[in-house]
Design a protein around this ligand. Sequence first.
Ligand code: PHE
Length: 369
Amino acid sequence: MDPNPISTGKILSPLDAATPEQVAARFGELRKQFDQDTAGATDENGWKSLRDAWLGRKSGVLTQVTDTWLKPSKPELKRAVGQSLNELKAHIEAALESRRVAIEAAAEQSVLAREREDLSLPGVARPLGSRHPLRQTFEEIERIFLSLGYSVVSGPEMETPYYNFEALHIPEHHPARDNMDTFYMAAPQGASPLLLRTHTSPMQVRTMEKQQPPVRIIVPGKVYRRDNPDATHGFMFHQIEGLAVDTDITFCDFKGTVEYFVREFLGPKIKTRLRPSYFPFTEPSVEVDATCVFCGGKGCNVCKQSGWIELFGAGMVDPAVYGFVNYDAKRYSGFAFGLGVERLTQLKYNINDLQLYFQNDVRFLRQFA
Ligand code: PHE
């Protein structure tokens, strides 16, 4: 059904009434028609054409009523027609206004409904970073040694030659100083020069200076050497120093600790072996090897067919060091080790280029999430 037949231009039929009752009846029809039209006006556009159809000045229904019913009506009916016309007009105006208010409210409701936030929906997930592989190695190693009763301490990266060398039994002109090409800092006149520590071992001395045995510490941190960066070298890398001193610590304790650590870190199938080595501050000194993580000991390119991979340096604390820290070398004994964090991480994750750790390429870092 055309919701608004009058707006299509339908012309009113003549009033054709003889009594006021008949007038009222004709106006009743119009009113009914208007109410029907109103029901069809459900949005702003519908409402506007409804208004124009009924109130439009040129050809709206009320104008037609005025022109074709009121003006030519018989004098005795004019009053009744005029009154009905006014009533109809009042009805139309009131109805249009309440219709307008209703349409506006409905429109606002639908905007609100569209824009409503559902607070029960899960939030937008932000991409999470991952812990750096070196950080993960630090945490894993710290976890292992904390479970053995060690505590974690840290020390200065700027060191004196005394702690970095002398007190570790590496006197000036000792060839071991050449192996660790050192960054020296310019010192003010008369002041003794500082250097960037070449290893974490100075913390052995600093710790023992402050504290009598028992000592069980690990020292994670950065160390610096004047090396040109390549796949296996960097001017900065990370170590974790370990030191245990007490009465009756033997080489067996040392070996047991090392084996336990390596199995925990690299897996239960990994075996260790100790190879004689040399460090000025340990005696005897060893290099700890592990069965090659890549071939399981059968021999491959990485282990140069030997089946073994070099892990880190260690040894029993040289009694000469106790002399620098006032420890009774007859009463106490202990062991120390220096783990290379990049190296251990490389073996765990098969990383073939040391520089990858420091380039912050997310494609690399994401693999360790
Ligand atoms: N400080 C030695 C190095 O950096 C490693 C080490 C630490 C060796 C402790 C023995 C004992 O090469």
